[in-house]
Design a protein around this ligand. Structure first.
Ligand SMILES: Nc1ncnc2c1ncn2[C@@H]1O[C@H](COP(=O)(O)OP(=O)(O)OP(=O)(O)O)[C@@H](O)[C@H]1O
Length: 327
């Protein structure tokens, strides 16, 4: 649904050049929620704004629903953009208009007749749970309600793609959860493809099917979230399940073990202890829901060096667990 092909973007300001996109390619399938995560300045906003051509990349190609957006101009580009909704961190609502007026705004711009507009707004407010607030002004709403207005407005033109620019960064954790639940429902019920940028790992954990990590204008890791969690050395795994720097005592082996879904119910620690008659020490870790799947990451310590523990390590790997050996 979204395909970015080798995008580059260099900003030049006050004699300085900044490479915001350095050969970025990305594919987001229809109906997928893809999260792009990275530090401030990594290029996330530039990437997101390239998808609806708010930012024009220097080179590369942008396809949304088959349309080659950088090749379009004028009316054609405007029409293609209407199929891409966008929500923002600070909501971007018009303070002088009530909720209905805000959601109706994009429909007015595209010349939808009043009766049709009001019907569509009522439908959208129902969808985001704001029917009772139709006549409220933004100043009378909570942050979560404002973002729901933003979402309703973004969906007014019935887009196939929604871009989310740090949509929950200004919200408290509980409100963040309810807005993310809404986005997940819209994704499932309307088949909406969502590309979001965030610096919050929790957003990726809760709703993303796939994710990319950006650094210095490049994507350094990308793929389905559960596949990334099962990849040794994954930055996403470390970000979602942070463990402190390991302390390895002499004559011990410290392993970080990741288990996903059905693996999570395998009692691998007791099986290891029983099979090899060894003591297994649990040093730390966590088990959490990632989307609908239980994922855990545990740090365990075995007696003896990694060389001596080769059979135990092979045993764990053969059980389908992902292992990293701490040095
Ligand atoms: N209009 C601009 N003019 C000059 N430099 C810019 C412009 N927009 C972005 N940059 C620079 O490009 C780099 C990438 O910025 P971008 O906003 O895409 O990163 P980001 O990952 O979204 O960061 P943040 O999370 O802080 O928004 C940064 O170094 C930024 O300073």
């Amino acid at each position: 649904m979204i395909k970015l092909d080798d995008l580059t973007k260099v900003y030049r300001a006050r004699g300085r050049t900044v490479t915001a996109l350095d050969g970025v390619s990305l594919d987001v399938a229809e109906g997928e929620i893809h999260g792009v995560i990275g530090r401030s300045g990594a290029g996330k906003s530039t990437l997101l704004r390239s998808v609806n051509v708010l930012e024009r990349p220097d080179t590369g190609r942008v396809f949304v629903d088959g349309a080659d957006l950088l090749a379009l101009r004028g009316d054609d580009l405007r029409k293609a953009r209407q199929r891409i909704g966008m929500i923002h961190q600070h909501f971007g609502l018009l303070g002088s208009r009530d909720v209905t007026g805000n959601v109706a705004f994009p429909l007015e711009v595209t010349g939808v007749p009043r009766r049709e507009r009001l019907r569509r707004v009522a439908e959208l407010l129902e969808l985001v749970g704001l029917t009772e607030h139709a006549r409220a002004h933004p100043a009378q709403l909570s942050g979560g309600q404002k973002q729901r207005v933003g979402i309703a407005r973004a969906l007014a033109a019935d887009p196939k793609v929604l871009l989310s620019d740090e949509a929950t960064s200004a919200l408290d954790p509980e409100t963040t959860d309810s807005v993310l639940d809404l986005l997940r429902d819209l994704n499932r019920d309307l088949g909406l493809t969502i590309l979001l940028i965030t610096h919050e790992m929790g957003v990726v954990k809760k709703i993303c099917d796939s994710a990319s990590i950006m650094r210095d204008g490049a994507i350094v890791e990308t793929g389905p979230v559960l596949d990334l969690l099962a990849s040794p050395g994954s930055e996403l795994a470390r970000g979602l399940f942070p463990l402190p720097a390991p302390t390895v005592r002499p004559d011990t082996t410290v392993l970080d073990v990741t288990f996903i879904g059905d693996d999570a119910s395998t009692p691998f620690i007791s099986s290891l202890a029983r099979t090899y008659s060894i003591d297994v020490n649990v040093l730390g870790g966590a088990i959490e829901e990632v989307g609908d799947t239980r994922v855990g990451r545990l740090r365990i310590e075995l007696p003896g060096t990694p060389e001596l523990n080769a059979p135990q390590i092979a045993h764990l790997r053969e059980s389908g667990l992902t292992l990293e050996i701490a040095a």
